[in-house]
Write a protein that binds this ligand. Structure first.
Ligand code: ZN
Ligand code: ZN
Length: 372
């Protein structure tokens, strides 16, 4: 009985113990097998991953040096592509802020002129000066607003996307379309622009073939307007400035709230218009030089590089689009007859540019000149 119980218990407990150990060993064996399998898989995967990364890196490097024409500039372009992307996107968004800033600041100056400057002119100036201020001021304002509106809303022009017989010089690697002469890709607008000058954040638009004239006229009339305001309001500014300075004396002079507002507005007007006159005046002058040379801002760099390169070889570079200074200005403003200087330059005009932006009329070259 005891033996049978012991056997039974031994069998039961012993069998129970074996069973537990057996189960544990099975679990351990399974775990080890799984671990070995994982290691084997890891060993198999690791070289693949390294190989994939190596292949990717090789393709990437080969794509950077895909042909003999690739140089360090292209490599740097590729490396800095994320930075360019960030700057381009920020410029695109900042364009809206900049346009709002131009409209707000210009409106504030116009309001101050109407509310503060013109009443002083009416009360203190003789009739002929009042007429001059009224006529010139309103003409300048009209030209400024018109050209700014046209510069921001006019499409600068893009080459046709479909196949055409237009003579082209190269293919845009971004748009994968043929590029006519003077066309360049704008990474902010993300398209090719005919006779591209630059991307202007103050217009939130590219300056190209169809709005170059509007851009320059806007710069010119804005500078003229600022110079006019700063000269006209100079005496008023000095009076206002002295009045503000005198408020620090003891006892301070008693000014009403309106008088203080008037003084501060006149100081703001003079400081802003003088600063813009200098900054925008310099930019306008630079663009006037470029128009006289029949170059865009992009071509200025290309032509300068080419001029230096050919000079080292004893050759002379000549800009193929140069027609002489006066003719360059005529073509830029679209002036065909004398009266056009009045109707197309000094008055608002929506006429189209001289050329279509795809083909260009180049004057005959001298025998010893090389053209790019
Ligand atoms: Zn393009
Ligand atoms: Zn652009």
């Amino acid at each position: 009985m005891n033996n049978s119980v012991e056997n039974l218990y031994g069998t039961r407990f012993g069998g129970g113990m074996r069973s537990w150990r057996w189960h544990l060993s099975r679990v351990m064996r399974l775990f080890l097998r799984w671990f070995r399998l994982c290691l084997r898989r890891g060993r198999r995967k690791r070289p693949n991953r390294v190989r994939d990364l190596w292949s990717y890196g090789t393709v990437l490097m080969k794509s950077l040096y895909y042909n003999v024409q690739t140089n360090s500039d292209t490599v740097l372009d590729c490396v800095f592509e994320p930075v360019y992307w960030l700057v381009d996107n920020m410029t695109r968004w900042f364009g809206v802020v900049f346009v709002s800033l131009v409209i707000t600041l210009t409106s504030s100056i116009v309001i101050i002129v109407y509310l503060c400057v013109l009443p002083i002119i009416f009360s203190t100036y003789p009739v002929h000066w009042i007429l001059w201020h009224l006529c010139y001021g309103h003409w300048n304002l009209l030209m400024l607003v018109y050209h700014y509106y046209k510069a921001t809303t006019t499409c600068p022009g893009s080459p046709p996307q479909e196949k055409s017989d237009i003579p082209t010089v190269t293919i845009c690697k971004k748009c994968i379309v043929p590029k006519p002469a003077r066309t360049h890709h704008c990474s902010i607008c993300n398209r090719c622009i005919l006779k591209m000058d630059h991307h202007c954040p103050w217009l939130n638009n590219c300056v190209g073939h169809f709005n170059h004239r509007y851009f320059f006229s806007f710069c010119l009339f804005m500078t003229m307007g600022c110079v006019y305001c700063s000269i006209s309001a100079k005496d008023m500014f000095l009076d206002a400035y002295n009045a503000i300075e005198s408020s620090y004396q003891t006892p301070p002079p008693s000014f009403t709230r309106e008088e203080r507002m008037l003084q501060k507005s006149l100081v703001y007007l003079w400081v802003l218009t003088s600063s813009v006159s200098v900054a925008l005046g310099s930019l306008t002058l630079w663009h006037a030089v470029l128009i006289s040379r029949a170059e865009t801002s992009v071509e200025r760099h290309i032509n300068h590089r080419e001029r230096t390169r050919l000079k080292l070889r004893g050759k002379m570079f000549r800009n193929p689009y140069y027609h002489g200074v006066l003719n360059n200005w005529r073509r830029f403003f679209g002036v065909e007859k004398r009266s056009d200087w009045l109707t197309r330059v000094l008055l608002p005009s929506a006429h189209l540019p001289h050329e279509d932006g795809l083909t260009w009329d180049c004057p005959a070259y001298r025998s010893n000149t090389v053209v790019i």
